[in-house]
Structure formats: C-alpha cells, structure tokens
Design a protein around this ligand. Structure first.
Ligand code: ATP
Ligand code: MG
Length: 280
C-alpha cells in the first residue's frame, strides 16, 4: 500500500490549512473535494488529515484498521512523514492518515518546546507535491496550531449562520498571532461559503457581512446531497457523481485556488531559478 509518490518537484509545495474551530461547517468536505479537484487539474496533491476523527482519511477510502502509521507518529517523532503516506483512489492524490490516537498528541507534546512546529518541520524537503492541504479539527488547539504554523495559506469554510462572523473574528485573531510569532508567511487564502442556501435571507445577510471584512471566494458550495453521500463510498464526489452541483462547485473552487496561486507560483520558480544560478 505504501509508496513514494512522484519524482521531485522543482519548487516546494503550496501548503493550505483548511481551518475553522466551529464543528460541522464543511472543513473535511472541502479538504477532500478541493484536494481531489486540484489533483484533477494534474497537480500532485498531499491531503493531510490532522483531525483525530479521521474523516478525511475515511473520505478517501482509508479504513482505520488499515493504518499502520499516521500523523500521530509524525508529530511525536516516531516516523518520518514520508513513511505515513498512502495512495488514494484519485490519481495524483496521496494521504497522510489520522486515527483516534491523535487525541493523545496534545498531552504527550505538552513539555516540548517545538510542539507547535512539529508539522512544519515534517514538511521540510517534501518537494514532490504541488499542493499540501491540511484538514484541521474543530478547535484552535495544538493540532490546528501545527497546521497554521506549517501553512502558507489558510482557507476557511464558513456556513452562513448567525454566529459565523464571531467565530471567524476569533479564528483570524489566532491567525494573526501565528503570523506574528511562529509563521510570518501565513496569509488568508479566502473564506468559502459552504452548504449555501440562497433562498434563506439570513444566508445573504451573513455573506454580505463576511464579504465586507474578508476575502471571499466567488464560488459558493451549495447544499448538495451527493457531497454528503460520497464519504460513505470512500471517494471524493468527483468519483461518485462528477456531474453533481457539489462536484462542479469544488472544481470551480479549485480553479480559483489555482489561479490565485499561479502568480506566487511563478515567483517561486523565478526565485528557485535565481538560487540555482547563484549556486552554479
Ligand atoms: P468537523 O468540525 O466535525 O470536523 P467539518 O467542518 O469537517 O466537521 P464536514 O464533516 O465536512 O464538516 O461536514 C459536516 C456534515 O455536513 C457532514 O455530514 C457532511 O457530509 C455534510 N456536508 C458538508 N458540506 C455539505 C454540502 N455542501 N452539502 C450537503 N452536505 C454537506
Ligand atoms: Mg472534519
């Protein structure tokens, strides 16, 4: 089952943390389906499950019992990240799985000075991927901190509910703290509105308010039953019903993410070329 993914890349991957401390807002659905949609654009993608619930892992068909080494082993220093990588049913998409024992990591790392930087260190030299997407748990604890410290961007799935903006403000304060301390390069990729119901007037009110303060993707993810059915088949929606509104929405979100990173990608290639010329 284990394999080395692909030949090395010219530049390092773009790392995106999918985070929101509120539960059930569509983080995992977004992580799995955005990862699959970016892979469908012929990019090499690593999906990292950083949630003890392991929903991203089962969402790409990895059964809990079949996991020998997981993100837990990486965080506590038992295994290099490469040794935990598993293939998925999607071409170009690999997975670092999580299982319930990840709950213990927070306690086990409590005395370690570099406890929030374990994931960032584990990603060093992982240059065979174009994108790494991290599915965060519904909290702002150590696991999410590790994801934010390792990432270039944070993408926030948001359901248009009454308290959504309050939660978002709290999350952005954490992002700012990480940015001012552990990870200067962190920026907001954008907010994606999930389970969107355009017939509900509160939805529009909340959406307008979020847009007034934050970068929001043009693509909205509608409530779509195919998106909620696909995980029980262990596949992203693209492999379950590619024509569904849910699958089409995530393809559109992937196009926006790819477009917004194209420029910085070009800058990275130029920087890499310059570094190579300087070294030769
Ligand atoms: P947690 O905080 O527990 O990790 P989460 O933020 O990862 O949750 P998901 O697991 O992605 O949220 O979604 C919560 C539930 O809503 C799941 O049952 C999922 O299948 C369903 N769901 C997510 N997005 C949609 C959608 N656009 N349409 C219909 N159902 C959806
Ligand atoms: Mg989840």
């Amino acid at each position: 089952m284990r394999r080395r993914a692909s030949p090395p890349n010219a530049v390092s991957p773009i790392i995106i943390a999918i985070a929101n401390q509120k539960g059930g807002v569509g983080k995992t659905t977004t992580s799995v389906n955005l990862a699959a949609s970016i892979a469908a654009a012929e990019k090499r993608v690593l999906l990292v499950d950083a949630d003890p619930q392991g929903n991203a892992s089962s969402g790409v068909g990895v059964k809990k019992g079949a996991v020998e080494r997981s993100i837990y082993d990486v965080l506590i220093g038992n295994a290099p990240l490469r040794d935990t990588i598993l293939p998925t049913p999607v071409k170009g998409l690999d997975l670092v799985p999580a299982t319930q024992d990840l709950v213990a990591a927070e306690l086990e790392l409590v005395d370690e000075e570099d406890r929030a930087l374990r994931l960032a260190h584990a990603f060093a030299d992982l240059d065979e991927y174009d994108y790494i997407l991290i599915d965060c748990p519904p909290s702002l604890g150590l696991l999410t901190l590790n994801a934010l410290s390792a990432a270039h961007r944070v993408l926030v799935p948001l359901q248009c509910e009454y308290y959504a903006l309050e939660g978002l403000t709290h999350l952005m304060a954490t992002v700012d703290r990480v940015k001012n301390g552990l990870n200067r390069r962190l920026t907001l990729e954008g907010v994606v509105l999930t389970m969107f119901d355009g017939r509900n007037s509160l939805t529009h009110q909340v959406a307008d308010e979020v847009k007034a303060h934050f970068r929001v993707f043009d693509t909205v993810i509608p409530r779509n039953v195919r998106l909620s059915e696909a995980p029980s088949h262990g596949v992203p929606v693209l492999l379950y019903d590619a024509q569904s509104k849910g699958a089409q929405a995530y393809l559109s979100l992937a196009r926006e993410v790819l477009a917004s990173n194209k420029r910085s990608g070009e800058e990275r290639v130029q920087a890499h070329d310059r570094a190579q010329r300087a070294g030769s």
